[in-house]
Design a protein around this ligand. Structure first.
Ligand code: S3P
Length: 185
């Protein structure tokens, strides 16, 4: 079975996915790492050098290839994989797709100071500290992106794990494992 974890940046897809793959005895694949192998550049470098469009088209190609693979694995997707309709279609058709739905406040807490690796997280972008007013407008920008994507995640999720309380990634992985088991493997 191919399992894809989707969710916003900072929702724990990579850590939870790795743990989940161990529980299921599946291999683990990180979509951003596969993109990096294919393009010989990290997602952040691709954004910087060629722009988001180039990153998104490589992301789609790699996702399609994985969707066609005859193997058991857990795939941690990048948070923006749902931006493109063709990716949502691939996720619906070729994966059991699990949405890690973590409240905005929690992802914002986890991501503070993380924008170097995440070009679309704009709270702190490597520039000098911002005055409080501009901090809050950047946070709004992130929240707008988060809110807009919620519907896109919902559109392709077979299972939703809504993580209301902050909890460790091991506990989240166990909850996701149980959801998959309850669904009948
Ligand atoms: C992105 C999320 C990133 C990475 C790229 C774009 C996004 O992955 O794919 O920077 O559009 O949300 P993570 O969700 O693992 O941070």
């Amino acid at each position: 079975m191919r399992i894809a974890l989707i969710g916003f940046m900072g929702s724990g897809k990579t850590t939870v996915g790795r743990r989940l793959s161990e529980m299921l005895e599946y291999s683990f694949i990180d979509l951003d790492e596969e993109i990096e192998k294919a393009a010989h550049a990290s997602p952040a470098e691709l954004f910087k050098l060629y722009g988001e469009g180039t990153f998104r088209s490589i992301e789609s190609k790699v996702l399609e290839q994985l969707g066609a693979a005859d193997a058991d694995f857990v795939l941690a997707c990048g948070g923006g994989v749902v931006e493109q309709a063709r990716n949502r279609e691939v996720l619906r058709k070729h994966f059991l797709t699990v949405w890690l739905d973590v409240p905005f406040g929690e992802v914002a807490r986890r991501l503070s100071g993380e924008s170097g690796r995440r070009p679309l997280w704009t709270e702190s972008d490597g520039k000098a500290a911002q005055p409080i007013s501009s901090h809050s407008s950047l946070e709004n920008k992130n929240e707008v992106l988060y809110n807009r994507r919620q519907a896109l995640y919902a559109e392709c999720a077979d299972l939703v794990y809504r993580c209301e309380e902050p909890e460790g990634h091991d506990a989240s992985a166990l909850h996701v494992y149980e959801l998959i088991e309850q669904r009948g493997g």
